[in-house]
Design a protein around this ligand. Structure first.
Ligand code: PEP
Length: 252
């Protein structure tokens, strides 16, 4: 039985004080939830977010990290830096980073390995564009992204990885995949994990759906057999909506 995970991806929203206020608003609901709750914040918000979440069930995640330990990488943040301030998760390979910041399957793989080496849970994002879906190559594309992200990662480590299926056409667009579409791809990803690692890893690994999940559609999505939670952008910025999603995961 996999524990559901609800992760709010703030993207480039919330100053440190706004982030603390949001965490304080969701704390009670998170503490009462049976799912795991994570907030993914901009780097500058992380220390304040960790402090605000201290003693609650909320875990704090970065939205990215670098794959090298240290060195001449101006503007970058290492896994050790994240770890020292109490960060326990990081998003890796969000489609916005792939599209706007030249993130590749290779850097996604290197970052996933580095996060695991530092006991940081990687939330690895995969997902097809509308063009890929319409031309019938979505499943092949996602299988490739999953395989390359996990290249060289042992079965024991793979169990700790979280994969977020985020169809690009559904992110921030208000167009959600239907429950069936989302579950079909999450089940397909689990089949790929079975082929790579066997059923033990596939049954353990958490696979999330992301893409315009909101207070209205969360219950349906989270009730699906292969959807183990959500990566939520816009709706994670509004405490009442995010709390409704957390409660939907508890009741799923
Ligand atoms: C995301 O940022 O990963 C996301 C799914 O955003 P939204 O919920 O706004 O579509």
């Amino acid at each position: 039985m996999r524990t559901k995970l609800i992760a709010g991806n703030w993207k480039m929203n919330n100053t440190p004080s706004q982030g603390v206020a949001l965490i304080n608003e969701i704390k009670e609901t998170a503490n009462a939830a049976s799912c795991d709750v994570v907030v993914c914040t901009p780097y500058i918000c992380l220390p304040a977010a960790v402090q605000a979440a201290n003693g609650s069930k909320i875990a704090v995640s970065a939205e990215n990290m670098h794959f090298e330990d240290k060195g001449a990488f101006t503007g970058e943040i290492s896994a050790a830096m994240l770890k020292e301030v109490g960060v326990t998760y990081t998003v890796i390979g969000h489609s916005e980073r792939r599209e706007y910041f030249a993130e590749t399957d290779k850097t996604v793989n290197l970052k996933t390995i580095k996060a695991l080496e530092n006991d940081i849970v990687p939330i690895v994002c995969v997902g097809e564009s509308l063009e890929q879906r319409e031309s019938g190559v979505a499943f092949d594309f996602i299988a490739m992204q999953v395989k390359l992200a996990l290249n060289g990662i042992s079965a024991e480590d793979a169990k700790k990885v979280v994969i977020a299926y985020e169809p690009i056409w559904a992110i921030g667009t208000g167009k959600t995949a239907t429950d069936e579409q989302a579950n079909e791809v999450c089940a397909f990803i689990r089949q790929q994990i079975t082929a790579l690692y066997g059923t033990d890893v596939a049954d353990t690994m958490r696979i999330l759906y992301g893409g315009s999940m909101n207070a209205g559609n969360a219950a349906g999505l989270l009730a699906q057999s292969d959807i183990d939670g959500g990566l939520i952008g816009g709706a994670s910025l509004k405490a009442p909506d995010f709390c409704t999603i957390i409660n939907a995961a508890t009741n799923a």
